[in-house]
Design a protein around this ligand. Structure first.
Ligand code: ADE
Ligand code: ZN
Length: 336
């Protein structure tokens, strides 16, 4: 068995995709501060240190309250551009070659920032990052599940003129009490428009929510999925359908979805034949980007070189890239 440092270096070297990243969750405290000043927005923190000290969560809702407050500094397309460029530049250092990014349009439109402002800033950054350093990107807009389905339909309407630039829709925010069934119709409408569909399920919610996401939303990929492991039949189904799970280790630790990293289920998922991937979710809030997440699980769960290669392969196979693009990344992984 190679040393821990060798395995971390191997994970770093492999080309990887990140499939579960909320762009608003990549807002680092120093950028939050700068944007607050630039836009003359009051924030309830006196320093970057005070912001970091507030990031102490005991569940998903604790985090969401601060996350929605934080995004209040995002006002102009330049803000969304700066936010997205900062993230793309950062993950380049981790050898992340492809990203599928979530954004939360309703987190912006409900405070008076136009859908078009957010999406145009993000897309301008995508174009520049591709030209400057070759990273490829896709955009997924999430519906906030604590809001009514009717509001999600309004958001889908606002997205109509951007459909060529959107790869899919997702479902995020407060899970418990807001099952996938609440969004069955709007997900059907998104699928009719040719969009891919993904959903957060089984992060805090029960295995039944994962079943609903499969049966009612007809998801192409499952975000989190931790609690699916409580149901053997569901595990068999996820394995048989080769469903990709976008797992977020540091997020799970920060939001107390797992007791500690040694108890994280990602190794068990791999051993059960599930297509798990490693992602950062909201890196500015949870203490790290893709490689920080790899490092945490390699260390705590003693992952082997084979496990690491499988995780990198899963990230490419589970992406929405074309078969040809996937083949190019997969052969680079196999050569590493
Ligand atoms: N929005 C941003 N991060 C999220 C998470 N981990 N779960 C649900 N909604 C989110
Ligand atoms: Zn998430």
């Amino acid at each position: 068995m190679s040393t821990l440092e060798d395995r971390i270096a191997f994970a770093h070297r492999l080309p990887k995709a990140e499939l579960h990243l909320h762009i608003e969750g990549s807002l680092e405290p120093d950028l939050m501060f700068r944007l607050a000043q630039r836009n003359k927005v009051d924030i309830p923190f006196g320093s970057v240190e005070e912001i970091r000290a507030a990031y102490d969560f005991s569940n998903l809702q604790d985090f969401l309250d601060i996350y929605y407050q934080g995004m209040n500094v995002l006002r102009t397309d330049e803000d969304f551009f700066d936010l997205t460029m900062a993230y793309l530049n950062r993950v380049r250092a981790d050898n992340v070659r492809h990203v599928e990014i979530f954004f939360d349009p309703q987190g912006h439109t409900e405070r008076g920032v136009q859908f078009d402002t957010a999406i145009s800033g993000i897309l301008t950054a995508f174009k520049l990052a591709k030209a400057q350093f070759g990273v490829t990107t896709k955009l997924i807009m999430c519906f906030l599940r604590h809001l009514p389905e009717e509001d999600a339909f309004k958001t889908l309407k606002q997205a109509e003129r951007w459909l060529d630039h959107l790869t899919g829709v997702g479902l995020d925010s407060s899970e418990v009490g807001h099952p996938p069934s609440k969004f069955e119709r709007v997900f059907a409408a998104a699928r009719e428009r040719g969009l891919k569909v993904v959903a957060h399920a089984g992060e805090e919610g029960p295995p039944e929510y994962v079943r609903e996401a499969l049966d009612l939303l007809k998801i192409d990929r499952l975000d989190h999925g931790n609690r699916a492991l409580e149901d053997e039949g569901l595990v068999a189904r996820l394995r048989d359908e080769a469903m990709t799970l976008t797992v977020c280790p540091l997020s799970n630790q920060k939001l107390c979805v797992v007791d500690d990293m040694g108890a994280h289920p990602i190794k068990r998922m791999l051993d059960l034949g599930l297509k798990a991937t490693v992602n950062s979710d909201d890196p500015a809030y949870f203490g790290g980007y893709v490689m920080d997440n790899f490092r945490a699980v390699i260390e705590a769960l003693d992952l082997s070189q084979d496990d690491i290669r499988t995780l990198a392969r899963n990230s490419i196979e589970g992406s929405f890239l074309s078969d040809g693009e996937k083949r190019a990344h997969l052969s680079a992984i196999d050569r590493a």
